[in-house]
Design a protein around this ligand. Structure first.
Ligand code: 5GP
Length: 119
């Protein structure tokens, strides 16, 4: 069994996904279990398990991911109202230990956190 992360296997086309954007540094896919009408994942090709594992040298890829998030939000027509979420660590709900930004849009007027998030 491969040690590659789930997202590396998607990047390598070993597992299918709806790919919305790709460049040398990252890929954007639709989340398989969307939590909002628009729910995309921006994933670096370089494996950084958690945001907290990023080093000083990773600053430019982290910035690139943010820039791509805004680009794909624009492409999806939601650049006037979207959220970025990064779950860092199991305690925060991270389930795939390959850094990714959730781009969420299309739910109106919801609070930033639900009780479940902060409980
Ligand atoms: P996390 O919980 O780590 O912040 O987010 C992982 C996300 O990956 C979840 O929203 C989950 O629905 C999504 N996900 C898990 N497996 C797959 C998959 O095989 N394909 C796609 N497109 N998304 C997945």
């Amino acid at each position: 069994m491969s040690d590659a992360t789930l997202f590396t296997r998607i990047i390598n086309r070993e597992i299918p996904a709806v790919i919305l954007y790709e460049d040398d540094l990252c890929i954007v896919i639709n989340d398989i279990a969307p939590q909002a009408p628009v729910h995309m994942l921006v994933i670096p090709k370089q494996v950084i398990p958690r945001l907290a594992d990023a080093s000083s040298e990773d600053q430019s890829i982290l910035g690139h991911l943010m820039w791509v998030a805004a680009e794909v939000a624009r492409d999806a027509g939601v650049d006037e109202a979207f959220r970025l979420v990064v779950n860092n660590g199991e305690g925060a709900g991270q389930t795939v230990f390959h850094l990714h930004l959730h781009v969420l849009a299309g739910s109106s007027g919801s609070p930033m956190f639900s009780e479940a998030d902060i409980g």
